[in-house]
Structure formats: C-alpha cells, structure tokens
Write a protein that binds this ligand. Structure first.
Ligand code: NAD
Ligand code: ZN
Length: 379
C-alpha cells in the first residue's frame, strides 16, 4: 500500500537535551507540503556540526530536535509543486539549498541562495514554519532542513540533489557535506595548477577532502598542517606529502612554510576554524600569485589581522561556503567523479554502525577517532 499522503510512523534518534545521548523514539512524519519531498533515509553519517549543535555550546539551543545532515536516501513521495523529483529518485539532502530563482541562484559565481541558505536557528519548514515530526503529539524541531537521523524525513525540494541511481548510497552519502566543502574549496576556489604546492591547514574530514582536491589537481607537494600529530597517519592516505606541526617549531608556521617552499606555497586551504590558522594560511602563500582559501568557521568575536602589504604583494585571500558548489546543479557531478573513479570516498569512511548504535558514532566524532562513521538505517 502506498504511504503517500499519509503520516508515516518510524524510528528517529531524538536529541532531547544538550549533550545527552540521543533517544530512539517512534515518531510520526507528516506528508510533504508545498515544494517538499519525503525521503526514506538509507545511510547517514555524523559530521562535526551535528556534534556542535547537540552540545549546544555557543549556539541557540533548540530541543527536542532531530539532527543529521549528511545522508543518502530515496524519495518516498513529493508535495504540491515539486516537478523535478519523483518517488524512487535517489537523492542527497543538503544543508544549504538552491531555489533557482534568486540573484544568487542566477549568478554563476555564487551558491549563497537567498531563500535556502543554511539557517541553523530554524526548527520548522520554510513553507509554514511548522515541524513535520512529532512524537505523542509533541512537535520535534528540524535541523538544517534535513534531519537525517530519522528513517523518514521531509526536506525542501531545493535542498535535494538527484543523483545517479547506481551510486552506492553508503558511500556517496558523505558527499552531501564535509567532502564537498573541502573538495570544492580546492577544485573550485584555490584551483591549484598541476605541479604546484598546496598547504592544507587542519586535517579533519574537510581538510582531507581539500587534500583530495589537491591530489586530483596534480599538486606536486601537499603540506598538511595540524596541531594533532595523530592526524598525520591518516593524511598519508590522502596524498599529503609533508607535515608541519606548529607546536614543534619556535618560528611562526608561515615562516616555516616559506622556508620549506622557497618563498611560500602556491595555494593554501584553511580548514580549522582557528583565526590564527587563517592568518597563517594567508601569510604563507607566495607573493605575486599565491591564493589562500578560508573554509573554517571562526568564533563570533574573532578578527583577521594582517599587514595590508601582504595583499599589495599580490597575494589573494578568498573564502568558500560548501566548496562553492550549487547543491542541485553541481553535486550530482561530484557523485559522478566517484563513479568514474576520479574521486576516492572509501578512505574517508573509517567506521560503520547500525542506526540503533548512533550514539557510538557521536562518541567517535567527539573524540576525533573517526574521519567519517556511516550509520546504516536498515541494519
Ligand atoms: P575537525 O575538527 O575534524 O578538523 C579540524 C582540524 O584542525 C583538527 O585536526 C585540529 O587539530 C586542527 N586544528 C585546529 N586548530 C589548528 C591550528 N591552529 N593549526 C593547525 N591545525 C589546527 O573539523 P572538520 O569537520 O574537518 O571541519 C573543519 C572546519 O570547517 C570547521 O571549522 C567547520 O566548522 C568548517 N566547515 C566549514 C564549512 C563551509 O562551508 N565553509 C562547511 C563545513 C565545515
Ligand atoms: Zn536561490
């Protein structure tokens, strides 16, 4: 019997309170409304942002909430006005969207959609501000418009990328956030040329994806910079050729890199969120042509301080959001890069757990023990 138009009862991992283990609850998922689709989530994974909003340190706390934003699934039904998706489509929900109608969506240069750009404070759907999730009649807040830690979820169709149905969802689910952010920062913004040198600051999933972008671009030297020496072992698999731990040097790390590279790296990508690392990433690029790209999310009161001469000497500083990818237009192409073996995703996936053990995945991520832990919703 078709479930379209009906409420669906299913399991979801609900965050009731900051920092408390997620609880498996039976929830009701309402049918999709105007411009929305309901998705059966097959695989999801935990990203640092889920942990940040679960801990709710420094963010507006919003509970109860269903977290989760990296996932792969299949469309179960579509709401009124959805013309580009239909039941059975294989999709990745994305934390930021593409309405197709605003100035940003019309610009080739931007992915910062006015309507569907990331909004971490919103707990309901854009259409009516209401939640599509409830348990015992009590509404549960959405997260980033995706809420993938549920067997079924409702997402705005502008936040859903339709992908090749042959792509294995247990692998390509990671394309929906961290992987694309780092990869795109290198491929779309830093754009290293074959044979150039690239420094990557921060070797978490985002930084390693940026390194993967440098490898694909044919960079000759990929210099990984991290305060955590444990990250260097993992990073070797990602083509990182040299390592710098700022703690092991008396000189500023930009000085160390300038000396290693006879004047500076050609490109750098900052994936730490530390403002010091952002300044270092800028100041270590070569005069005349060096480009630095900031990806990490700084703290609210941070300020970027550098001498203006660093710009006059023809260094360029850029920032990137979601790797400058337009979610609906570009993400299917990233999946194709995996399908034609240009992009390696397996090495990012260090752990897998069944949905019932989702709290383990949070543990691995908070302790920095995994790159990505996949949650198998069907296991
Ligand atoms: P992560 O915590 O897994 O990795 C960050 C790494 O940076 C860690 O290994 C840490 O040891 C290292 N680090 C911290 N301070 C450092 C310093 N001063 N010098 C060198 N290394 C340092 O995080 P992640 O999931 O890989 O995310 C990286 C950053 O990207 C975060 O700030 C995250 O919020 C941000 N992010 C941005 C976007 C975007 O669209 N711009 C999207 C997703 C994530
Ligand atoms: Zn738009």
């Amino acid at each position: 019997m078709s479930t379209a138009g009906h409420f669906i009862r299913c399991l979801a991992a609900v965050a009731w309170e900051a920092g408390k283990p997620l609880a498996m609850e039976e929830v009701e998922v309402a049918p999709p409304q105007k411009k929305e689709v309901r998705i059966k989530v097959h695989f999801t994974s935990v990203c640092h942002t889920d942990v940040c909003f679960w801990e709710a340190k420094g963010q507006t706390p919003l509970f109860p909430r269903i977290l989760g934003h990296e996932a792969g699934g299949v469309v179960e039904s579509v709401g009124e006005g959805v013309t580009d998706l239909q039941p059975g489509d294989h999709v990745l929900p994305i934390f930021t969207g593409e309405c197709g109608n605003c100035r940003h969506c019309h610009s080739e240069e931007s992915n910062m959609c006015d309507l569907l750009r990331i909004n971490t404070d919103r707990g309901g759907m854009i259409h009516d501000g209401e939640s599509r999730f409830s348990t015992n009649g009590k509404p549960i807040h959405h997260f980033l418009g995706t809420s993938t830690f549920s067997e079924y979820t409702v997402v705005h169709s502008g936040q859903v990328a339709k992908i090749n149905p042959d792509a294995p969802l247990d692998k390509v689910c990671i394309v929906s956030c961290g992987l694309s952010t780092g990869l795109g920062a290198t491929l779309n913004v830093a754009k290293p040329k074959r044979g150039q040198s690239v420094a990557i600051f921060g070797l978490g999933a985002v930084g390693l994806a940026a390194a993967e972008g440098a490898r694909i671009s044919g960079a000759a030297r990929i210099i990984g910079v991290d305060l955590n020496p444990k990250r260097f072992e993992d990073a070797k698999k990602f083509g990182v050729t040299e390592f710098v731990n700022p703690r092991e040097h008396d000189k500023p790390v930009q000085q160390v890199i300038i000396e290693m590279t006879d004047g500076g790296v050609d490109r750098s990508v900052e994936c730490t969120g530390s403002v010091q690392a952002m300044i270092q990433a800028f100041e270590c690029v070569h005069e005349g042509w060096g480009v630095a790209v900031l990806v990490g999310v700084p703290r609210q009161d941070d300020a970027f301080r550098t001498h203006p001469m660093n710009f006059l000497n023809e260094r360029t500083l850029k920032g990137s959001f979601f790797g400058n990818y337009k979610p609906k237009t570009d993400i299917p192409g990233v999946v194709e890069k995996y399908m034609n073996k240009e992009l390696d995703l397996e090495k990012f996936i260090t752990h897998t757990v069944p949905f019932s053990e989702i709290n383990k995945a949070f543990d691995y991520m908070s302790k920095g023990e995994c790159i990505r832990c996949i949650i198998d919703m069907g296991a």
